[in-house]
Design a protein around this ligand. Structure first.
Ligand code: ATP
Ligand code: MG
Length: 480
């Protein structure tokens, strides 16, 4: 770390000159001062890598000077020098922040060695502190990408409310990460060792929901041949995540209210209540208050669940998260596959930044998963993205019907899917998340013959001007 500026303060002018010669010969730059006051003046306008201060000086002594200097430059390593070695002073100096202590007369080699060590430590300390404040100020969860101010605010709330046992109400559009946040709340709460039980109130048929939740006794209804424990039982000691709470039928809302109030419930067909110890997190992509005013959601239940509201912003309102999310999903969807896509072209990134993301993070994840499947290697171009046209931003005159747009999209999608899989239907079905029979049906509808993709795999992205060099790329992560 030669080249660093070292401040030397001593009221012995002869020693100052000697120190300058030694230090400059070793490649350091020096600032000399004969008093603490003089040193403080120059410290207003210079940055030092290290300071060597004489302990006993007229006026301000070495330790007071050190304290003043540390106020201006908190990471400055300080070596205190004294003619009278005393353990007590050494201890005091170190307690107040000195890195090292030297007794006169000292040998030049020793001084240089200690300076080198102190400089190294100073840098390290600064880095550790920088990282520490980073951790302190930025909220971080391993599987959540959140750099935008809006998401940082959400994570701050999560950190604050996780340890409480209060009911949390997550709201936000579909795909904004409500379930992800619910899990983060659970894993950072005192119930982390207990179960996290999610239930989608909108996905279970109304007739089954009650017995799924509360369980039933043998003979409670036709077909109940055996007693069965419900999800509430499973969630004992942990967290129950009630997704799409607004979809809950009114009859069940009453029972839930009782559960929230009394922490007990009756399994179907039972007259004995069961006590539970559960934390509740509910989620909705609707305006729950509107549902209440429209009579679809009970007002008393609204106040029971709306204890700690957390709102997840849509992706279009936090576009600064997009590049990091893209990188995150690029890594995620390549894991375990023989793909080496490290980059996305600036054009593709621009498309992603401009897209309106009606499906939020889930849509972005799907787009990247597909792009990884389609891109043969190298980088992802706009052709790999297959972004659904954003109907809201299209000029009225150029608007085509939704059905036509869907047909077109389907056709392009199928062609690219078969190109990527070279006509392998099983693989294509797996990628598309459809049964093979469904895929065959779609292919027939569009008169696409999978066999024609078997031999010569088509290029997905044919450059319009083959002479032009490949576009520059944003690079992420490690280069392969
Ligand atoms: N900030 C994020 N960082 C990383 N992955 C995310 C983030 N937000 C969402 N995801 C991922 O996007 C997908 C959708 O998230 P999630 O299921 O939590 O959304 P949701 O709000 O519950 O959606 P829905 O209302 O449709 O149920 C999941 O795969 C989730 O892991
Ligand atoms: Mg969800």
């Amino acid at each position: 770390m030669a080249g660093e500026r070292i401040l030397v303060v001593d009221d012995d002018r002869g020693l100052l000159t000697l120190m300058r010669t030694r230090l400059e010969a070793a490649g350091y730059r020096t600032t000399l001062a004969e008093s603490g006051e003089q040193a403080l003046t120059s410290a207003q306008s210079e940055i030092y890598g290290l300071a060597v201060l004489d302990l006993k000086m007229e006026g301000m002594d070495g330790i007071s000077l050190m304290e003043e200097l540390l106020r201006i430059q908190p990471y400055l390593p300080v070596i205190i020098v004294t003619a009278y070695g005393s353990i007590a002073t050494a201890v005091e100096a170190t307690k107040k922040g000195a890195y090292d202590f030297l007794t006169k007369p000292f040998d030049a080699k020793d001084l240089l060695y200690r300076i080198k060590k102190a400089l190294e430590l100073g840098k390290l300390k600064e880095e550790v502190d920088r990282l520490r404040t980073l951790v302190k100020e930025r909220f971080h969860f391993d599987n959540i990408v959140a750099t935008s101010d809006k998401m940082q605010h959400v994570l701050r709330q999560v950190t604050q409310i996780a340890p409480t046992d209060s009911t949390v109400c997550l709201s936000g559009e579909s795909g904004t990460g409500k379930e992800l946040i619910a899990k983060a709340i659970h894993t950072s709460s005192t119930r982390a060792g207990g179960p996290f039980v999610p239930i989608n109130c909108g996905a279970i048929p109304e007739g089954l929901l009650e017995s799924e939740l509360f369980g039933h006794m043998k003979g409670a209804f036709t077909g109940a041949h055996q007693s069965k424990k419900g999800l509430l039982h499973q969630a004992e000691g942990g967290t129950l995540f009630l997704d799409e709470i607004a979809e809950l039928p009114l009859a069940l809302q009453v029972k839930l209210l009782r559960l929230f109030q009394e922490n007990e419930f009756y399994p179907l067909g039972s007259v004995k209540p069961v006590k539970v110890n559960i934390r509740y997190i509910v989620a909705t992509n609707q305006d729950l208050w509107l549902a209440t005013t429209e009579g679809r959601f009970r007002e008393d239940l609204y106040y029971r669940v709306h204890v700690i509201p957390i709102v997840l912003p849509p992706l279009r309102e936090r576009r600064d998260d997009i590049p990091l999310l893209v990188n995150y999903f690029l890594q995620k969807y390549q894991r375990g596959r023989d793909k080496h896509i490290q980059a996305i072209t600036p054009e593709a990134m621009q498309c992603l930044m401009l897209h309106n993301w009606p499906g939020n993070v889930r849509e972005l994840a799907n787009v990247i998963e597909r792009a990884v499947a389609f891109a043969a290697g190298g980088s992802i171009t706009p052709d790999h993205l297959l972004l659904a046209k954003d109907e809201s931003t299209q000029a009225d005159s150029g608007l085509q019907s939704l059905n036509k747009a869907r047909e077109e999209f389907e056709r392009t999608y199928l062609t690219q899917l078969l190109s990527a899989t070279r006509g392998n239907i099983s693989r294509a079905a797996e990628l598309a998340g459809r049964y093979r029979s469904e895929l065959y049906k779609l292919l027939r509808k569009h008169s696409i013959d999978p066999a024609s993709f078997k031999e010569t795999p088509r290029r997905l992205c044919t450059p319009s001007t083959p002479q032009t060099p490949p576009p520059a790329t944003f690079r992420y992560g490690k280069q392969s």
